[in-house]
Write a protein that binds this ligand. Sequence first.
Ligand code: BV8
Ligand code: ZN
Length: 245
Amino acid sequence: MASADLPAGLLDALRQAGRVVFLTGAGVSAESGVPTFRDALTGLWARFRPEELATPEAFRRNPQLVWDWYRERRRQVAAVAPNPAHCAIATLQARLPHTLLVTQNVDGLHQRAGSVDAVEFHGNLFTNRCRGCGHTAPQGDPQLAAPPPCPECGELMGPGVVWFGEAIPGEALERAWRGASEADIVLAIGTSGLVTPAASLPEVARQGGALVVEVNLQPTPLSAQADFVVTGPAAQSLPAIVAVL
Ligand code: BV8
Ligand code: ZN
């Protein structure tokens, strides 16, 4: 995308913004080859819906099946690299005076691209967490064949992600909502705006007086709230912004 295709006024808004919040979804990792959440259920997983695998009930019902799905996703993510969208966000974070990155992604690619202190709103793939006592631990062997027993309470440990029906970790929620309410501009990048409460973040920012930018391939429920819409692949549009900012 050429910078000439960027919406008029966006660059000035970014230059004048004191506090910038990035909210990213699976679309930012799509160009690294990480399937978005809905695409992730292909092949042998195609017969499941995300809500049938990414829930505490699914893990209680069939821990091995759920574990196998996360083991496959850990393998997929370990085999890919951050893409220009992740790198552009890390560059903007280094250049702009005050930024906060809130990601719904669990793949750790923002951190591998150089972003620091990201708010992992939905946890991450590379830790394990016990739903019995809350004990968390690094994932250890990413290809461990079965869910390990919790060293504290003996229950089977699952991946350190936030499943549907689980609360967002308190610190992540607090940092994200505080950042949004103080923001001058929020960029919602590669998110369908379908999953709550993450999808409410742009509205929290807007109510605090922030401008809203949406970067996506297509319209979403967030588009109506956006002051600026950048349509196209994030791995092209974000580097185009970096090139002229
Ligand atoms: C909570 C970690 C309360 C796991 C994820 C009805 C019944 C039951 C529950 C609910 C219900 N209605 C609403 C709910 C609440 C529920 C929810 O929102 N459900 C949805 C399905 C409607 N939310 C929750 O349960 C949350 N918790 O509410 O707790 C509570 C309070 C107190 C005490 C107890 C409980 C927890 C939600 C977290 C779920 N975990 N991930 C894992 O990864 O395995 S969410 C998961 O799906 C991803 O993290 C992602 O954020 C989300 C969406 O996935 P995708 O569709 O892949 O990604 P995204 O939406 O970002 O879409 C991709 C976008 O990118 C698209 O717009 C596409 O156009 C765009 N794109 C693609 N390529 C590109 C691009 N854009 C730019 N460039 C490109 N190249
Ligand atoms: Zn435990």
